[in-house]
Design a binder for this molecule. Sequence first.
Ligand SMILES: Cc1ncc(COP(=O)(O)O)c(C=O)c1O
Length: 380
Amino acid sequence: MTKPPRKIAIAEPDLSGNEEKYIVECVRTGWISSKGKFVNQFEEKFAEYIGVKHAIAVSSGTAALHLALAALDIQPGDEVIMPTFTMIACANAAKYLGAKPVLVDSEISTWNIDPNKIEEKITKKTKAIMVVHIYGHPADMDPIIKIAKKYNLYVVEDAAEAHGAEYKGKKVGGIGDVGCFSFYANKIITTGEGGMVTTNDDEIAEKVRKLRDQGYNPSLRKWLVHDIVGYNYRLTNLQAAIGLAQLERIEVFINRHRENAHYYNSLLKDIPGITLPPEMPWAKNVYWMYTCLINEEITGVTRDEVIQMLETYGIDSRATFLPIHMQPPYKNYYSQEKYPIAEMLGKRGINLPSGNTLTKIEIEYIVDILKELLIKNDIA
Ligand SMILES: Cc1ncc(COP(=O)(O)O)c(C=O)c1O
């Protein structure tokens, strides 16, 4: 087994399109802050791509979640329902507004929020359901929208990991009231750091734009007069320049992620104790991170041991999310609550290298090493 010539990163951006050209244009023209044509173009093209009326570029996926909830007027004491198996930014966004994250376990078939366990968590204080399309697989939206309608709740879609993923032929981020995306460097498309809020609702869009920009209301044309307390969550023209170039090739990246995932699946499917990532018949999974589960009772090797061993072979991998109810800032609030599926996903899940530059040869190398470790149980 020959070692690949470089370390295999968990995810690496592919910046080989128009990124450099557009960045050079920003530098030469001096448009490097949040004003400039690339911000507008990136927003317009992103809205078109997702199939929504409005896309508002912001400084991160976390900022997108915060602004989405703020624009829905989530107040201190309100409750926001969300899966516990997600990134901590989801809970933090609610906390920033003094709201309470109310947690729900995952369903085993999609690893996303279990629609059958939402209704029991609804109280008079519930204002919104935050759905997360984890690792690029859409959540089961129909039953969730139905519950939201029944109880008059907003639906926020966290699509930070799911650019271009589809639920019954419709792109995620355009199904609920508001969608939120991240463009961190390991995402399917990147701006380095960055995010986007998507919506079909004119009022929500206007509020997000205002909150992004210190509460400034451009229609009043009163310079330095601010309508409300807002934030500086603007994306720069430099970042949007990269984002626009990335968006031009989004389908190439998605196809790469899907082809690589299918290749991993074909090579890993016969290893006892490995569960492959889901793809429901109604879903287009974009496999942001190729994630599988390692059942240590069958393999004799834990997920954490596998991560350590892969590292010694120059392969970068990651543990799946530690559920929110087990995170240090939150665990005391949820100490009486149990979420067995989320805990299992957090304990057994491993993200294998999944970036836009990953090659078939690298996948073969990774799988050969995994077979060594898991089938021979050779973990000396
Ligand atoms: C599900 C989810 N939500 C939100 C975020 C936050 O995005 P950002 O890192 O751009 O703030 C991430 C980041 O990876 C994420 O995975």
